[in-house]
Design a protein around this ligand. Structure first.
Ligand SMILES: Cc1ncc(COP(=O)(O)O)c(C=O)c1O
Length: 512
């Protein structure tokens, strides 16, 4: 105890010496270096040790006594009191400057904030708002009973393994199942070439961590998935966009961008694209791969929606057409089943899987073991295939319902795509109605959607909105669309005095 009271004073400080002494003793008490019952040195002795006047120490002790830290007893000296309540440790001291945390963040974390992504995720749990904003499956379709049964069987038989830490690359049987599942999409791969992810969003982040340095260029089609834009920007990359038409990314414009900017990566959603619903044509798939081979650029293919097709078979993934291992492929259970278990996967050449696995280890060691075991059993019992067959029918119906509802009440000038798969109607607003003004008006009516500008890199999309049709019952879809159309008409009446004086047609039209 004797040596613990090491304090010093700084005569050049603007803080008076008696307060410096008080502060130091107070910190020693609060950090429990000096314990209750400890006797402080007599004032004269401490004054001598520190080379200050006795009155300076007297004043310091008075302050400490007034704050309830010490008490003086004639004959017993000055004793530290027990810390009576949490209050003492929580009260901020006026002389300690609060930390301005953002001054400590690194340069790139300023780019992390994405208010739209944030609010979309928050709205999902709100039951008061009809939100067509988030891309989520229909919760009425969630196979809760099957998962309950599988989970309880697991707990009875193998709980020791299922509740443990596990290998970073993922639960091997699930990787094995996925390698077979991938074959049904035309992708020939082995379990060793599959990395299980905590959602495919993590795949985007890991690829960015492994491949990108600040200043590198990433090429994307535009519009694109807002979560990917955020990841690449947070990695400090320069994101360049290639426009789309009804056949997907304009590959005819790509070569010039590649040869000028030498991107590190081309990110694309070639099948039932988010947000446009468009699929890249077979010719352009071929052209894209040829450019990647010619210029040695890896392609990151994001394919969460390929299994959700409503009119004939979906196109072959780029990964299935790739003869020279230039494509890294991402997919997820989030859209084909449900997102809460946070399970996705990546298919890639062995060297890349190795590197991504190392990166993943640093982030979360591995995806949830229990989730992987349960998912593996669900899939192996043939329940994923059965579920997919059902939701393909349901979502086709919901898409048609949303279109019917729009046909019934959308004002002239409001036009939309009819996607052959996926979750979204991509819509163009009537002249003069912006996504932001509509979002404000719609929120008064407790309905939401994704404003198009969230899907653009450098401006644009202010006259577009994305509507997710998969989530709600047909009744709720009709109600939500009615409210959005009402909101639109109110804005138009206010602007022109007339409902729908846009001079444009209403209905179906390829838009990108
Ligand atoms: C294109 C795309 N990629 C990735 C994700 C992220 O999905 P996950 O839930 O697997 O992280 C989404 C989710 O909306 C998406 O639309």
């Amino acid at each position: 105890m004797k040596n613990v009271m090491r304090i010093s004073v700084n005569r050049n400080s603007k803080i008076p010496v008696y307060l410096q002494i008080r502060n130091e003793i107070r910190e020693l008490i609060l950090s429990k270096v000096l314990e209750p019952g400890f006797r402080l040195p007599p004032e004269r002795k401490l004054a001598l040790t520190l080379g200050v006047n006795r009155s300076t120490v007297v004043n310091a002790y008075r302050e400490l006594e007034a704050d309830g830290f010490i008490e003086s007893h004639v004959g017993r000296g000055t004793i530290i009191k027990p810390l009576s309540s949490q209050e003492n440790t929580r009260t901020p001291f006026p002389d300690v400057q609060p930390l301005v945390w953002k001054d400590f963040y690194n340069r790139l974390s300023a780019q992390m904030y994405n208010p739209i992504l944030n609010s979309v995720l928050e709205q999902i749990v709100s039951e008061e708002i009809i939100s067509f904003a988030a891309g989520v499956p229909a919760y009425v379709s969630y196979p809760a009973q099957a998962f309950e049964r599988i989970f309880s069987e697991l707990m009875q038989n193998d709980q020791w393994h299922a509740l443990e830490y596990s290998a970073t690359a993922g639960h091997y049987p699930l990787r094995e199942y996925l390698s077979k599942f991938m074959r049904s999409r035309g992708i020939q791969t082995k379990p060793e070439n599959i990395l299980i992810l905590s959602g495919s969003q993590q795949g985007l982040d890991l690829v960015a961590k492994v491949f990108l340095e600040p200043g590198d260029t990433v090429v994307v089609e535009e519009p694109t998935y807002l979560g990917a834009i955020s990841v690449f920007q947070a990695a400090g990359a320069r994101v360049l966009s290639i426009p789309m038409d009804e056949e997907g990314m304009r590959t005819d414009m790509l070569e010039q961008v590649i040869s000028h900017h030498r991107p590190k990566l081309i990110y694309t959603l070639p099948t039932f694209q988010n947000p446009s619903g468009i699929s890249l044509s077979p010719e352009r798939r071929h052209a894209l791969l040829q450019l990647a081979y010619r210029y040695h650029v890896p392609i990151l293919e994001d394919d969460p929606y390929g299994e959700l097709y409503y009119e004939g078979e979906p196109p072959l993934p780029l990964k299935a057409m790739d003869r020279h291992d230039h494509v890294l492929y991402l997919s997820t259970f989030s859209k084909i089943l449900f997102p809460g278990l946070r399970l996705g996967w990546c298919v890639a050449p062995s060297a890349v899987i190795e590197q991504l696995t190392l990166a993943k280890q640093l982030v979360d060691l591995h995806a949830g073991t229990t989730a992987q075991w349960v998912m593996d059993r669900f899939c192996r019992q043939g329940l994923l295939e059965r579920h997919l067959a059902q939701v393909r029918k349901d979502y086709a119906q919901k898409r048609n319902t949303m279109i019917e509802a729009l046909e019934a009440c959308a004002p002239p000038g409001f036009v939309w795509n009819v996607p052959k798969g996926g979750f979204y109607l991509w819509c163009q607003l009537p002249v003069g109605v912006t996504a932001t003004s509509l979002l404000n008006k719609a929120s008064e009516k407790r309905v939401a959607f994704l404003p198009g500008n969230a899907c653009y890199v450098g401006g644009g999309g202010t006259d577009r909105i994305r509507l997710c049709f998969s989530r709600y019952t047909e009744e709720t879809i009709r109600e939500g669309i009615k409210r959005i159309c009402m909101a639109m008409k109110e804005i138009m009446v206010k602007q022109t005095g007339l409902e729908g004086k846009s001079g444009k047609e209403q209905g179906i039209k390829p838009i990108v």
